[in-house]
Ligand binder design. Structure first.
Ligand code: FES
Length: 84
């Protein structure tokens, strides 16, 4: 079991699941959902090590540091805290 959360709410999901739907539940706004527009950029406050490696789309978008594209990440397990 894995958890995506922000300051106010947490969403439980399967290990290895895409985080997109959980992030939608938390209120993250999406656009293309293909890693092309950057709308879904989120800041990872805790648990970056629990996410999948950045995709080529994320690298092309210049994602670095503690930011990721919510439409591109999967959660391996554990808890990830986001800010957006
Ligand atoms: S929704 Fe466009 S990059 Fe994620």
């Amino acid at each position: 079991m894995a958890i995506i959360k922000d300051d106010n709410k947490e969403v439980t999901l399967e290990d290895g699941a895409e985080i997109k739907d959980a992030c939608k539940d938390l209120g993250v706004v999406f656009g293309c959902e293909d890693g092309l527009c950057g709308t879904c950029m989120i800041e990872i406050e805790e648990g970056m090590e629990n996410l999948s490696q950045p995709t080529q789309e994320e690298k092309d978008m210049g994602v670095e540091g503690n930011t990721r594209l919510a439409c591109q990440c999967k959660i391996n397990s554990g808890t990830v805290k986001i800010k957006y």
